[in-house]
Ligand binder design. Structure first.
Ligand SMILES: [Zn+2]
Length: 158
């Protein structure tokens, strides 16, 4: 499976990350599923009541749910929630224990959600993406977060 990431979305995430560095920033990924692949075509930021720390980020959940509904309706169902993203200022693009716990919690509401992390500083930010997968579905179901291949694409201008 491949996560296709719009270059516009990546630029926006880097801008959000830089604006609040050294505090973490984040938001949600919007797009659609194409077979196993995901196409991230749009995003939203943290929302007005999000909390930003050096090593934690808590989004404004109520605002995000409203934004997801707005985007879904405005796009006639094309744009749906695919997962969360957040920044690791001056850090590495790796999942912390807290990040894994957050992603597994999201997986109880949404099937196979994504977590995208942009790590870096100033103008140098590196994205990396994880997806929740079910392992041993027939024996004892267990969910794990695995890194996914990420490809950047330039969206058409219309
Ligand atoms: Zn994190």
């Amino acid at each position: 499976m491949i996560v296709w990431l719009s270059s516009h979305v990546l630029q926006s995430m880097c801008r959000y990350a830089r604006d609040l560095s050294p505090l973490e920033n984040g938001g949600i990924l919007l797009g659609w599923r194409s077979g196993q692949d995901r196409v991230v075509a749009d995003m939203r930021g943290p929302g007005p009541h999000a909390l930003h720390g050096r090593h934690c980020f808590v989004p404004d959940h109520g605002w995000q749910v409203a934004e997801i509904n707005r985007a879904f309706q405005a796009s006639r169902g094309d744009l749906d929630y695919l997962g969360d993203w957040h920044s690791h200022p001056d850090g590495v693009a790796e999942m912390s224990d807290l990040d894994s716990a957050t992603l597994l919690r999201i997986a109880r509401r949404v099937s196979a959600p994504l977590m995208l992390i942009v790590a870096g500083s100033e103008t140098e930010w590196t994205p990396q993406c994880w997806k929740v997968q079910v392992v041993r579905p027939l024996i004892r179901q267990r969910l794990i977060a695995t890194p996914q291949e990420l490809k950047i694409f330039d969206p058409p201008s219309v």
